[in-house]
Design a protein around this ligand. Structure first.
Ligand SMILES: Cc1cc2nc3c(=O)[nH]c(=O)nc-3n(C[C@H](O)[C@H](O)[C@H](O)COP(=O)(O)O)c2cc1C
Length: 143
């Protein structure tokens, strides 16, 4: 089974989550700037939430989703609380006729990654890492 991981991340939080997923799958996480080079059975796709919505670059990526290249999408997100990135991924995958895994991962990061607070993003707690690892294994066990 071919899998790939793509993320949109401004502050590093979603990238950090993608990197944990990638480690479990034994491959690299890449930003949505990196196109898929071959068809994948499962695409783990994630992003953050900014001013009540997904990032415009993620929306652009979603508008170009190709059902000939992606068998199924597993949506993940980091957020202050809103699930808008997840709902956007589901919305556009539906439009493209791509199946979405019933399991989704939404990690609350509070204000981490807000540079105005002088904090860097991408720091996951042990508990969050364990949650991401368990999620990834659970998703893969479903195939
Ligand atoms: C400028 C900005 C606006 C944000 N707006 C929202 C928001 O409207 N709702 C929300 O739930 N989280 C919001 N957040 C929190 C981010 O979704 C959260 O920090 C996320 O982990 C960012 O992901 P990233 O570090 O991968 O970019 C915002 C964060 C920033 C920096």
């Amino acid at each position: 089974m071919k899998t790939a991981i793509r993320y949109q991340s401004r502050g590093g939080n979603t990238r950090a989550v993608a990197e944990v997923i990638a480690e479990v799958l034994g491959q690299r996480a890449q930003s949505i700037d990196e196109p898929l080079v071959e068809k994948v059975d499962v695409l783990f796709l994630g992003g953050g939430v900014y001013k009540w919505d997904a990032d415009s670059q993620l929306i652009e990526y979603l508008q170009k989703l190709d059902s000939k290249k992606i068998g199924q999408i597993v949506a993940f997100s980091t957020t202050g609380g809103m699930k808008k990135a997840i709902s956007r991924i589901i919305e556009y995958a539906d439009k493209a006729g791509i199946e979405v895994n019933e399991k989704q991962l939404c990690i609350k990061m509070m204000l981490q990654g807000h540079s105005m607070l002088g904090r860097e993003g991408g720091h996951l707690s042990e508990k969050q890492i364990a949650e991401i690892e368990a999620f990834t294994l659970e998703v893969m066990a479903g195939f």
